[in-house]
Design a protein around this ligand. Sequence first.
Ligand code: NI
Length: 158
Amino acid sequence: MALRYIRQIGEEVLTRKCREVTEMTPRIRELIEDMLETMYEANGVGLAAPQVGVLKRIVVIDVTGEDPHILINPRIVEQSGEQTGQEGCLSVPGKSGQVTRPNYVKVAALDADMRECELEGTELLARAICHELDHLEGQLYVDKVEGPLQDVNNEEAD
Ligand code: NI
């Protein structure tokens, strides 16, 4: 495993729509392992492949530090409610901003063995899922922020 460089806002790769994964390969397995390691090392709760420069529909999420989720070709199949709260991103270091998201989402995806899986979550997990899936569309939370971006210390970010 290896740490990967986290792309920063302003880099074009963060604005591109990602491609579906059609088969698992050793190279993609390595990418996923590296994404997890990179996310944990950066104290993030989620990371999307374009954030390490790879335009594939892969995200990793772990909002507790001991419950990693790997989502390949994820899509939201249910959502409800609304939450408004502070959000950050490892690609936008030192900033946070207020974003409104669904309070509950259910996502259908493939796992690391390319088996169908589902993940549902509320609150922070729902927020992280929405945030990471946006990355796959080339969208950053800063385009959805309500009010100004704020300066923060190095807290958890996704
Ligand atoms: Ni992000």
